[in-house]
Each structure stands twice: as structure tokens, then as C-alpha cells.
Design a protein around this ligand. Structure first.
Ligand code: GUN
Ligand code: ZN
Length: 438
């Protein structure tokens, strides 16, 4: 099969190279897909002869075709508590999050939420994500079962937390290690699934648990590690009082052996300059979650400082549902731009789309498989419709370059803009049929 449309993709990083060197921009393009893999990408006129049957060509001529979006930080188990009123991080966790995550002891409840979560991902054009489950292994089973059923490239893990939360949602250093190890055996590398070792954050893990998490990663080095860092000023001072012997918040994770190329830290709003340097040195990534940071009043992430050319950090975008308020990576790009404006670092359409596609895939260590519309990659694609709303269509008439068009989509796009989502070459969501195809 083949998709015809305006192909936009990346072959490099627009933070450190001019757009014309890194942007793949094929106005009337064709993507030819066989067995779920992209076989050829090029101009429609050059490639149409390579298609045996014209009935196999799906025409999205008025639309942009890009790699599916990558959400580098999201909690599927918080889908039921999006838009919970009135608290900052720690009170929000105690009042809404921990009680909700306790409900995932019930596998039927977990399975029902997983279905809604994946429906929302696809409706919003998200094809891969790095996901927190709850403390219960059955919540992880529900997540990976649903990912497997939809054949999506997903990474997730059981949250580890052995203190400072209600006992109903606590494990122990030993049980958390044992459960995670069993889940790695069961799910890591099964279908397109990957496992992430998931200590929630320093306040809810003892040093013993952080050390066990790092040991588990050393035993299974192809897993990821995900946690939170420096999201909220009260959280940062709490960590200082819990770990007085550590230099700073990052040093808690560093000392435990949790930093590295396969580690993703969510938020990082209040990191210091030396912590940023250490992130860069250890190749540790950060997930920027602007809708959450604004919703919870946590603060403004400094992309400019993260992208300091002397010690740049790899950054992806995260929705952080349910602290975050939107599943849409398009809306998340829009909020990334606004936070950038407030911190004197406006990001253009190319940078925003890079963060949500190839940049995110690099953060998750899956850029060899997804993240761009490139020969040999898995055909996880999204089709974006510039005619989706009257105002979008009207504004698009006045646009002269692809970068401007991407910017328009980032500022005004949302789930209505997603015409179709393809998973490994199969139509998994179509707006026309107003629902998922699986
Ligand atoms: N820090 C620790 N746990 C959480 C969580 O569930 N959400 C957010 N936004 N921050 C956290
Ligand atoms: Zn989070």
C-alpha cells in the first residue's frame, strides 16, 4: 500500500542545524509500505510507477504526512483524574493521584482504562509513548496487553514506591524489584513492547529501592529507566531534607546509578546549571511537559538552558496525563511554544515537530525504528488535515512555507486535525469513521 500527501520529516536535529539541512519536505510525495515497513519515500511522480495497483494508493493530497507522535512522559493510570482542581504537585498526588492509582489493583478496571487510553493516543496521532503504570503488576499487564492487541511500539513499567504514600499503593524494595523483574521477563521485547524500570521519584523511594532499580537495569541494560525530577520547589526542598548527604536532587539518582543514555527524567524545571551539565555528561534525557507544568503551577521549563550548545540535553515532549491536560502532542507543541516565549526562547515549527517525532524517538532509544518517514522504518504515521476547521483552513491560505505551516498546526491543531493514524502500515484510527479501526 502507499500514502500520497505532503511528506514532512526530519533527518537531523533543527536545534543544531539549519532547517533546510534537516527537514525532509516533499510537497506531492508518496510513501510506499510493505509488511508494515516503509519501502520507498519520494516524489509521487517518481514513485507511482513502483505501485502495482492504483487501488493501493490512499490519497491524502491536501494533508501533511509525518511520523506518528512520540509522548515521552505519560501516566495511563491517571486518565480518570485529568482536570482535578486546585492543588500543586504534592497535595495533588495525595488528594487525587494515589487514591486513583489504588483502583488499578482490579485488573478489569485497569483493562477498561487501558482501552480508553489507547483510543485517545490514536485519536491524537500518538503512536509511541513512555508510560507510567501503577504499583500493581496487573496494571502493567493491562497496559501491555492492550499495546500488543494494537501492535503499538510502547514502553512502560510498574511504578516503584516504598514510602511516603498510603500503604495500599506501596511496595518494598524487594517486592518492587521482584515484580519488575518478572514483568521484564513477561513483556520486554514481546511484540513491539519495551520495559521501563520506574521509580516514581526520590520522595517515594528509599535509597535501597533506588539501588535495586539501578541493579535491575544493569541486569537488563536494554530496558529504560524513567522517573521525575525538579518539578516543584517544595518537592526539591523535600528531597534535600530526605537525602541531606547528596549534593543536589540529580545527585540522588546519580549516586544510585540511575543516570545514562537510557534514562528519561520528567520535568526538570528547577534543575541547576551543574545538574544540567551532569545530565548532558551522562546523556540523560528530559521530558518537557508544558500542559502539566502550567496546570499544576509547577513553573517554566528552560528549553534555552537545556539546549546550551556547550552541554546540550536531549529533550522530548510529554503530555504527563493526568497532571497534563491534553493527550494531543499538537497542543503540547503549542504550550511548548508559549513556555518558550515566557523564557525568551521561541521555537519554530520545525523545532516543535522535531521534539514531538524524531527527537522523542531518540529520547526513547527507538529512533532506529520510528520517528521519521524514512526507508526501513516502521510505518507509524499520522495524517494532518489543514482543512480541519474553518479558521485553520483560512489561516493556511496565507502561509508561504512548510515551517510556517508546521507552526500553524502546532499553535492551532488538536485532535480534530488528525485525519488518520497508521500503525505499522495499518489504519488504526480514521476521523472519517470517527473511531479506531482496531
Ligand atoms: N512526581 C511524582 N509523581 C508524579 C506524578 O504522578 N505526576 C507528576 N506530574 N509528577 C509526579
Ligand atoms: Zn509524570
Amino acid at each position: 500500500m502507499a500514502l500520497r500527501g505532503h511528506i514532512v520529516s526530519f533527518k537531523g536535529d533543527p536545534f543544531f542545524a539549519p532547517n533546510d539541512k534537516v527537514l525532509v519536505d516533499i510537497n506531492d510525495g508518496l510513501v510506499i509500505i510493505r509488511d508494515g515497513i516503509i519501502q520507498e519515500v519520494g516524489a509521487y511522480s517518481d514513485l507511482i510507477d513502483h505501485v502495482d495497483n492504483m487501488a493501493d494508493v490512499i490519497d491524502y493530497s491536501d494533508c501533511i504526512i509525518t511520523a506518528g507522535f512520540v509522548d515521552t512522559h505519560v501516566h495511563y493510570v491517571q486518565t480518570p483524574i485529568i482536570a482535578s482542581f486546585g492543588e500543586h504537585l504534592i497535595d495533588w498526588l495525595n488528594k487525587y493521584t494515589f487514591p486513583e492509582e489504588g483502583r488499578f489493583a482490579d485488573p478489569d478496571y485497569a483493562a477498561a482504562v487501558a482501552r480508553i487510553f489507547f483510543d485517545e493516543l490514536l485519536r491524537n496521532g500518538t503512536t509511541s509513548a513512555l508510560v507510567f503504570c501503577s504499583v500493581f503488576p496487573q496494571s502493567v499487564d493491562a497496559f501491555f496487553n492492550e499495546a500488543l492487541r494494537r501492535n503499538m511500539r510502547m514502553i512502560g513499567g510498574k511504578v516503584l514506591m516504598d514510602r511516603n504514600a498510603p500503604s495500599a499503593v506501596l511496595d518494598t524494595a524487594q517486592s518492587g524489584y521482584d515484580d519488575s523483574k518478572a514483568l521484564i521477563k513477561k513483556w520486554h521485547g514481546r511484540g513491539r513492547n519495551g520495559y521501563a524500570i520506574t521509580p516514581r521519584f526520590a520522595p517515594t523511594s528509599t535509597e535501597e529501592q533506588l539501588l535495586a532499580a539501578a541493579a535491575l537495569h544493569r541486569e537488563h541494560p536494554s530496558t529504560l529507566i524513567q522517573t521525575h525530577i525538579s518539578e516543584n520547589v517544595s518537592e526539591v526542598s523535600w528531597v534535600r531534607s530526605l537525602f541531606p548527604e547528596r549534593k543536589d536532587y540529580l545527585d540522588v539518582y546519580d549516586h544510585a546509578g540511575l543516570l545514562g543514555l537510557r534514562t528519561v527524567l520528567a520535568h526538570g524545571i528547577h534543575l541547576t546549571e551543574s545538574e544540567r551539565e551532569r545530565c548532558a555528561e551522562t546523556k540523560t534525557s528530559v521530558a518537557h511537559c508544558p500542559t502539566s507544568n502550567l496546570f499544576l503551577g509547577s513553573g517554566l521549563f528552560h528549553m534555552r538552558l537545556a539546549k546550551n550548545p556547550k552541554h546540550p540535553i536531549r529533550v522530548g515532549l510529554g503530555t504527563d496525563i493526568g497532571g497534563g491536560t491534553r493527550f494531543s502532542l499538537l497542543e503540547t507543541m503549542g504550550e511548548t511554544y508559549k513556555v518558550g516565549e515566557l523564557t525568551s526562547y521561541p521555537l519554530d515549527g520545525a523545532k516543535l515537530f522535531y521534539l514531538a517525532t524524531l527527537g522523542g524517538a531518540e529520547v526513547l532509544g527507538i529512533a532506529d525504528k520510528v520517528g521519521s518517514v524514512d526507508v526501513g522504518k516502521e510505518a507509524d504515521l499520522v495524517v494532518l488535515d489543514l482543512q480541519a476547521t474553518p479558521l485553520l483552513a483560512y489561516r493556511d491560505n496565507h502561509i508561504t512555507s512548510t515551517t510556517e505551516q508546521l507552526f500553524l498546526l502546532a499553535i492551532m491543531g488538536d485532535d480534530r486535525t488528525v485525519a488518520a493514524t497508521y500503525i505499522a502500515g495499518h489504519l488504526a484510527y480514521s476521523r472519517e469513521n470517527s473511531g479506531t479501526a482496531v
